[in-house]
Design a protein around this ligand. Sequence first.
Ligand SMILES: O=C(O)CCC(=O)C(=O)O
Length: 319
Amino acid sequence: MKTELKIKFYYFLIGLLASVNIKNCFGNVEEYVQTNSIQKQNVDEKIGQLVNEIILTENKIKELKELSLLERRDFLCKEEISQPLEIQKQLKCRYVNRGVPFLKIAPFKEEELYLEPRIVMFHDVIYDKEIDIFMNLTKPKLYKAEVKRFLEKSEVDESHRVTQIGWLYDFEHEYVKTLNYRIKDMTNLNIDTAEQLQVSYYEIGGHYAPHYDFALEGDTTFFDDRIGNRIATVLFYLNDVEKGGHTVFTELNISLKPKKGAAAFWYNLKPNGKVDNSTMHSACPVISGFKWAANKWLHTVGQEFSRPCSRNNETIILN
Ligand SMILES: O=C(O)CCC(=O)C(=O)O
């Protein structure tokens, strides 16, 4: 590889990985190598050190498969583990503007975390002044969260969810309303049938056991024919947690460290409209400090043109 290209490549790689302090995005490297016709062999040597860490975790993932759901959850809560290299190589980070004029000036920073189901993290997507307002509005109305819905038709005990929540309504503040437009741009989904914003506050030991966000059959807690099931979730992190409080996907071995201003986004339903059991997730116990988060749940009704159902379950990409 020519020296000039080498330097360019290192700057690109280091800048990319450091910019959002992440270990993913190896898909960008693949793309860069192809578009700049750099010898792949050379590049592989250079990034060997970076991927070694990932390879080590592949063995851990094998071990994880042997564990029970709760053991797996606890393991993921304790350790941030990377995806196997085969998956990592496909994950990309990109600036997203979706053709929206405002986003052309200030695009979203999207980091792919998983492809099927699609899970991404948007960085710097909610601002400090909005966070302050949301916390201040929520504090006086926090109440102990309950899990009312069915979980395999058995009773859910109190320890399933240990957190306090409060709902923020669009009319309460301009920022609550304008966040909806941002969510629409981030997700490309219709927000007319979305729930109001649920803000959660976890103290030490606060957590949420593994659960799905979609309604199970017969559960009418948040299912209503007028809005349908919860097609997708946007989870905003409102503070950096001192220790603990990760969001973990127990079937996919993903562990997300809360980062102030970031938001995770994932689909709870498959493209054919059926529930996706691989989206089971959990909020890990907060070990030190506290955690503030905010959820927006988007529903199926109104998504006919933004995420049309596909009979074969393939994702239909709309321009
Ligand atoms: O706070 C988290 O990390 C996850 C919260 C969650 O899963 C929920 O509120 O449904």
